[in-house]
Design a protein around this ligand. Structure first.
Ligand code: GLU
Length: 261
């Protein structure tokens, strides 16, 4: 299987913005093992701004764009350093890809992206994608890494996108507010009722929320790619997902022509 794994800021860092070492080590170990088992993996990683906040010893994420861009530049190096270090322990090679929305909208740039990512996968490398935050001002930005994950999954012709977040999946109500909220395990169509379940809430250090996750689901489903939302607190769930077990909420990609997957 070709799997795109998107790690959100809340999965990668503690509330302080510093790296959650235990979790990231485990995630890299499991992903390395899945590669060893023959799966192809692409990682879409957030956390650049948060890591920059931690590295520069700031107490909170600044709100102005130039500061966020500067911190992303600091934090992206730190992120890649950590991935390089951890994946190298298991003899896997990481490759950094920084994209903006404009890159995938322009046919020539999109083709370059395709050429690079397919060649990296052929070589057995592990592409690690993030938004190019230095230049991604609002007109050209994808804006959030859930959507970037969906764009990466569709362009890499992945079988599955896994969004690892700080929530188990899509619920019938916000589980942080309503104890009766129930996990929805399967979504086959983004009906108005499903779309109405997103309330836009996200954690403090990241960008996304359920709105961006459902937008990502729409992009994946239309292109025939499945998507799972699950909690990044349990890296081992990636094994279960690769074995086809039901984990979190699964959005089924539209299948055309009846080819079994
Ligand atoms: N590109 C941002 C970062 O790496 C994250 C955007 C997001 O999490 O949606 O900090």
């Amino acid at each position: 299987m070709r799997i795109v794994v998107k790690l959100g800021t809340s999965t990668l860092t503690h509330a302080t913005g510093k790296l959650n070492i235990r979790r990231v080590e485990l995630l890299c170990k499991v992903m390395s093992d899945l590669k060893n088992a023959g799966h192809q993996l692409v990682l879409v990683s957030s956390g650049a701004i948060a890591m920059g906040v931690g590295k520069m010893n700031l107490t909170e994420k600044p709100s102005d764009i130039p500061s966020k861009q500067a911190l992303a530049a600091v934090g992206q190096c730190e992120l890649m350093y950590i991935y390089d270090k951890l994946f190298s322990e298991y003899h896997h090679t990481v490759a950094q890809i920084l994209l903006t929305g404009a890159d995938v909208e322009d046919p020539r740039r999109r083709e370059n992206f395709h050429n690079t990512i397919f060649r990296l996968l052929e070589m057995g490398a592990l592409p690690v994608i993030n938004e190019n935050d230095t230049v991604a001002t609002s007109e050209i930005a994808v804006g959030d890494n859930d959507t970037l994950g969906a764009i990466a999954a569709v362009n890499a012709q992945a079988d599955l996108l896994v969004l690892m977040s700080d929530i188990e999946g899509l619920y019938t109500a916000d589980p942080r507010k309503d104890p009766a909220a129930q996990l929805i395990t399967e979504v086959r169509e983004l009906t108005p009722d499903i779309l109405a379940l997103a309330d836009g809430a996200g954690s403090e250090l990241g960008t996304g929320g359920m709105v961006t996750k459902l937008r990502a689901a729409g992009i994946c489903m239309a292109a025939g790619c499945d998507m799972i939302i699950t909690n990044g607190q349990r890296p081992g769930d990636l094994y279960r997902i690769a074995e086809g077990e039901a984990v979190g909420t699964r959005f089924f990609g539209k299948k055309t022509g009846g080819t079994a997957q």
